[in-house]
Design a protein around this ligand. Structure first.
Ligand SMILES: Cc1cc2nc3c(=O)[nH]c(=O)nc-3n(C[C@H](O)[C@H](O)[C@H](O)COP(=O)(O)OP(=O)(O)OC[C@H]3O[C@@H](n4cnc5c(N)ncnc54)[C@H](O)[C@@H]3O)c2cc1C
Ligand code: FES
Length: 249
């Protein structure tokens, strides 16, 4: 584990923060680090910018993210990584489809390779890292298209050669249930599961025996479609199975 100092901590909205830290990391878009600060647990975070100095962008959910959001410029935090594979290098027209904090992961790709970003949130106040050309969907219609990011994106699916997706598992499952599986585009998805070790040892992130941390986090659409547990159930911190709502396959 290494330590680093915070160079900038930017409040993006009411509960999302971007933290720039004083390190040089050889990372590729799609990779993540395990972060820790005294008072919290060790948790995985995508790099939202893989240039140096790098950034992470996170929503304050529980004790660890709240602890890190309270740090100040100059404070230290600890990390190890980068871990996981990365998104492949795209050619042709590129789209990114992101829900919630999934935007952090695809943001690193967008900064490096450009392309059209489709982003979904519950409401306008949940949006972050926005740029003028982003295509926005909100559940309540308070910004952009009223509906889900899947509804916004799918009519455009045939315009692209590469599609990169990151978001909550039920969102990704809905997309896979509705997408034409014979489309010309190559589709890659970054998965998020509970992670403890981050390096393929503890099995807490497994889906059908595939370790999201080590074998992914980025998988092709065909690989994800072959995982019968995906979008159906996950394991909580105690290892107990929890079903997703409407998680039938
Ligand atoms: C590869 C990967 C990349 C991620 N990147 C980002 C990111 O860029 N931005 C962001 O806001 N969030 C990201 N997350 C989710 C983030 O790790 C959780 O929000 C965080 O662990 C919550 O910790 P907490 O102590 O603040 O909250 P807690 O109260 O402990 O947990 C809140 C919720 O976060 C999830 N969670 C808790 N612990 C973990 C864990 N060890 N691994 C995965 N999920 C967990 C659970 O769904 C839980 O219900 C990522 C997760 C993974 C697996
Ligand atoms: S987090 Fe331990 S095997 Fe993936």
């Amino acid at each position: 584990m290494q330590h680093s100092r915070i160079i900038e901590l930017t409040k993006e909205n009411k509960d999302v923060f971007t933290l720039k830290f004083d390190s040089t990391i050889a990372a590729r878009p799609g990779q993540f680090i395990m972060i820790w600060s005294p008072g919290g647990k060790e948790i995985p975070m995508s790099l939202s910018d893989t240039s140096n100095p790098p950034t992470i962008t996170f929503r304050t959910f529980g004790e660890t993210t709240k602890t890190i959001a309270k740090l100040k410029v100059g404070d230290r935090f600890f990390y190890r990584g980068p871990y996981g594979n990365s998104y492949p290098v795209p050619t042709g027209r590129v789209a990114y489809v992101a829900g919630g904090t999934g935007l952090a992961s695809v943001n690193a790709m967008m900064l490096k390779y450009g392309g059209d970003v489709y982003v979904g949130a519950r409401t306008k106040d949940d949006l972050f890292l926005l740029r003028n050309d982003f295509r926005i969907a909100t559940d309540d219609g308070s910004a952009g298209f009223k509906g889900t990011v899947i509804d916004l994106f799918l009519p455009h699916v045939n315009e692209y050669d590469y599609i990169f997706v990151c978001g909550p598992e039920p969102m990704v499952k809905t997309m896979l249930d509705r997408i034409d599986r014979k489309i010309k585009a190559k589709v890659y998805i970054s998965l998020e599961r509970l992670m403890k070790c981050g390096v393929g040892i503890c099995d807490s992130c497994s889906i059908n025996g595939v370790r999201v941390c080590k074998d992914g986090t980025v998988f092709s659409m065909e690989e994800v479609l072959s995982l019968s547990e995906f979008g159906v159930y996950k394991r909580n911190e105690a290892g107990k199975i929890e079903f997703f709502v409407n998680g039938k396959r």
